[in-house]
Design a protein. Structure first.
Length: 317
């Protein structure tokens, strides 16, 4: 699959297709960051868009105030990551020692605080109107930006895969299954949940920075709860606790959004395409609660049992 994606621009260099794939890669990073919380640790966050927005605004403001150079992009990226890490640590420290819904509500409250701050601080953010900004030439070329986002999602996937398969990741899985038992075994669950919170916040900030660069425009929509709901839908469709599932979910949602938006230009009924996504979410929750990853796992196990039974019958014969 990776080889195909590497060669894709040589097969199809359509501007719209490359931009769509770049958006999928960006939101795949965001979905994986959310999956670290919900899928691997069992922590519900209603304000995950906050970290996405922090990363987006940090990069956008640096480019708006300074020259559009790669060093300045790295400065904005680092500022966003550090700020996201600090905010996620403070929120986690205040709420994760309590029940999980306290973290969900606190993240929602703080994300709305950032939204109001961005709306009111017009001298810096220009409010809901937002602002455009210049980016380095390497980000303007659609093929170059495609490869940047592709390598980014691959790098984040590898890092998060190593993280989830490490001893820390195994403790997080244990916490998601039975936190009280993990505590009884001697693990300081708050410490591990803070690690998950900071890791998720940092990854989300990185995706937000790439998102801002892809649009070359920023407004307060990056702090809206719809962004968090998108991440939730992506992880649920792909399958909780599976990073590959989060990537698949991001691909499905972004492709549907793009396709339905195009249909809306011809058929007015599709102008309310968000309703279709909501219906899809209901179908997934009721019919496929384990997502695509769960369906594939069940199919693989069923196929394996059939093959095993077939071999046993052949031996008996």
């Amino acid at each position: 699959m990776l080889l195909f994606l590497l060669l894709f621009p040589f097969v199809n260099d359509s501007r719209s297709t490359l931009i769509l794939l770049a958006q999928i890669f960006i939101f795949a990073i965001f979905a994986m960051s959310f999956d670290i919380l919900l899928g691997y640790t069992g922590i519900v966050s209603f304000g995950h868009c906050m970290f996405f927005g922090i990363g987006a605004y940090s990069t956008a403001l640096i480019f708006n105030k300074l020259d559009a150079t790669l060093p300045n992009f790295l400065i904005g990226l680092v500022i966003g990551i550090l700020l996201s890490a600090l905010v996620s640590y403070i929120i986690g420290l205040l709420s994760l020692r309590l029940k999980s819904h306290f973290y969900a509500m606190l993240t929602l409250a703080v994300s709305q605080l950032f939204l109001v701050l961005a709306e009111k601080w017009r001298g810096l953010t220009q409010g809901g109107d937002g602002f455009t900004f210049s980016v380095p030439d390497v980000f303007k070329d659609r093929t170059s930006f495609y490869y940047i986002t592709l390598f980014s999602v691959a790098a984040v996937f590898i890092l998060l895969k190593l993280f989830t398969e490490s001893s820390t990741g195994k403790v997080l899985k244990a916490i998601s299954q039975n936190e009280y038992r993990a505590e009884a075994l001697g693990y300081k669950t708050l410490h591990y949940k803070l690690i998950a919170s900071v890791t998720a916040g940092v990854a989300a900030s990185f995706s937000g920075a790439l998102y801002a660069v892809s649009l070359r425009f920023i407004n307060t929509n990056v702090f809206s709860i719809e962004v968090t709901l998108d991440a939730l839908l992506m992880t649920m469709i792909g399958g909780l606790g599976t990073l590959a599932g989060a990537i698949a979910g991001a691909g499905i949602i972004e492709f549907l959004r793009h396709y339905l938006s195009e249909l809306a230009m011809t058929y007015p009924i599709f102008e309310r395409w968000t309703i279709i996504l909501g219906f899809l979410y209901i179908v997934v929750l009721l019919g496929f609660p384990s997502g695509l990853a769960g369906v594939m796992k069940k199919f693989t196990l069923k196929k394996g049992r059939k093959e095993k039974k077939k071999r046993e019958m052949e031996r008996a014969a």
